[in-house]
Design a protein around this ligand. Structure first.
Ligand SMILES: *[C@@H]1O[C@H](CO)[C@@H](O)[C@H](O)[C@H]1NC(C)=O
Ligand SMILES: *[C@@H]1O[C@H](CO)[C@@H](O)[C@H](O)[C@H]1NC(C)=O
Ligand SMILES: *[C@@H]1O[C@H](CO)[C@@H](O)[C@H](O)[C@H]1NC(C)=O
Length: 200
């Protein structure tokens, strides 16, 4: 079975039958960095109802499966998805550089977006700062070949973040503008300018 056939057969079969091409890289030391970067941007949006984003191991597992598949595309299984890759012929970019550059490039779309109910060309950014999204899990794989629909990228570092609940609903704004935590709602407390659910 060729890789291409696998990918036309569907997500479940890809995961179960097709050997993963990618080499998963352990980013455990950088989990906090990922949430820190996201929460830094979230706290500075001027949002009244922005939830704190927390790492989710289940999302990390799903992101790991997807990044190891080395396919440049969205999985579309109900999560928000931010993807990025970097490639080089002269050695691999370090994990920390991939993570920081990915988050930077996603957030940088802020300059191409005006407050709107349509994420337009800034959907990575709006997912990062979507108020109700409070879980994130990411994974990094080294892909000898990263397949795209048109071509292949050799020697790519492929970074995948999954978000839950997903954002980017057309017709909705990412958050309610206002003073931090002003609208956290019931059963929430304010921590570092972000809303955190109080466990029942
Ligand atoms: C890049 O990383 C992969 C996976 O860890 C490894 O197999 C490969 O040898 C590395 N390539 C270079 C040029 O260091
Ligand atoms: C961010 O976006 C600005 C404006 O579009 C651009 O000039 C700059 O090069 C970008 N920076 C990065 C790191 O992508
Ligand atoms: C955002 O809105 C301002 C003011 O209307 C306009 O000058 C700017 O070009 C817009 N930017 C984008 C990326 O649409």
């Amino acid at each position: 079975m060729t890789g291409k056939e696998c990918f036309t057969m569907g997500v479940i079969i890809v995961v179960l039958l097709c050997p993963a091409d990618g080499v998963l890289i352990d980013i455990t030391p950088y989990k906090n960095l990922v949430t820190l970067i996201h929460n830094f941007f979230r706290t500075h949006e001027g949002a009244a109802d922005m939830k704190m984003m927390q790492w989710d191991d289940q999302l990390q597992l799903r992101a790991a499966e997807w990044s190891q598949g080395c396919y440049w595309g969205h999985q579309n299984i109900g999560y928000g998805e931010n993807l990025a890759y970097f490639y080089s012929s002269s050695g691999n970019m370090s994990s920390i550089d991939v993570i920081i550059n990915s988050c930077q490039s996603w957030w940088n779309e802020t300059f191409e977006w005006n407050w709107s109910t349509d994420c337009g060309v800034a959907c990575h950014y709006t997912q990062m700062i979507w108020a109700s999204t409070d879980k994130i899990g990411c994974a990094l794989s080294h892909c000898p070949t990263l397949k795209t629909d048109a071509t292949s990228i050799i020697n790519a570092m492929f970074f995948v973040c999954f978000y839950n609940p997903p954002g980017n609903y057309v017709g909705s704004y990412p958050y309610t503008k206002g003073k931090n935590c002003e609208q956290c709602g019931m059963n929430s407390k304010c921590s570092a300018g972000l809303c955190v659910s109080i466990q029942q």
